[in-house]
Design a protein around this ligand. Sequence first.
Ligand code: NAD
Length: 340
Amino acid sequence: MMKVLVTGGAGFIGGNFVHYMVDKYPNYNIVCLDALTYAGNLETLESVMDKENFKFVKGDIADREFINDLFKTEAFDLVVNFAAESHVDRSIEDPGVFLTTNVIGTQILLDAAKKTDVKRFHQVSTDEVYGDLPLDRPDLFFTEETPLHTSSPYSASKASADLLCLAYHRTFKMPITISRCSNNYGPYHFPEKLIPLMISRALNDESLPVYGTGENVRDWLHVYDHCTAIDLIMHDGRVGEVYNVGGHNERTNLEVVKTILRELDKPESLIAYVKDRAGHDMRYAIDPTKMESELGWKPKYNFDSGIKETIEWYLDNKDWWQHIISGEYKDYYEKQYKNR
Ligand code: NAD
């Protein structure tokens, strides 16, 4: 019986991963630890709450005493660390909490895992640690050897955590793996991020704020495919290794917004160009060869099928996102986009 700690499991990707693990491994005990920040939502976990192989614990990964006690009482076999402050715009406004959670929090988890018999510590990272690629070089992709070259406080904090993980592997021989994934989309995505922001606003016939000219390219992966990749890495990946995860689905932000408008039968006149994000990365593009050749990973979704299914989900689950956009988030949105 394996006991798996999933941190940040009330968030977007962690939440999808909890659903995936609870279903796929009925013989594993899944413990979700989440501080329930503005991005955490217990409604995401509603359908697994009463499953026998699932438990939710509220707590902060940056609280050393709490984390040490938890690791002592629970004796985890696997740890998957999703917990993070994850929004680039918020990291530009207030970098401090990004360092506390993403760097110190990861270090506290590593220290706790070091003292117990954890068989695998998997760190969920991002392709943003590589910085960006120029728009006029479509032949270039991020590989695991691409130097770290971060642009935002968010990506700098994630890169710092990656380096700590690699150092703990080298120095303390800890069984650590890291995945660096491209942009995810899918169910339970907090509406401050591009795709759910555009879907929720378009459905309400509100203007769709697009940074700059909308030319920035992101490499989109359905969250389900990210979950299958992490599952493979944490079971079969080699310790001390980094694995890039992406499905070759590059789209400009403007293309993504126009696709959403088309699918929802809404006019392009809803698009409102706003002042660009400071330090905005131009293009992300992942080379997933190592995942494919070493672990046999293959994504199930292409962007066209995945985005249709995701839009359907937002149409079928209005309660989930309407609660969010009517609360504290409304003030954040006003502050972020008003007079931009
Ligand atoms: P999210 O913001 O939706 O969720 C983060 C979760 O972590 C929330 O539930 C929040 O309550 C929790 N959390 C925050 N601080 C915490 C703390 N101190 N202690 C415990 N829990 C805390 O983020 P996401 O988009 O699901 O991203 C999850 C992970 O995946 C992050 O590490 C992120 O860097 C990485 N990632 C995200 C993407 C993407 O496209 N969203 C792509 C690649 C990698």
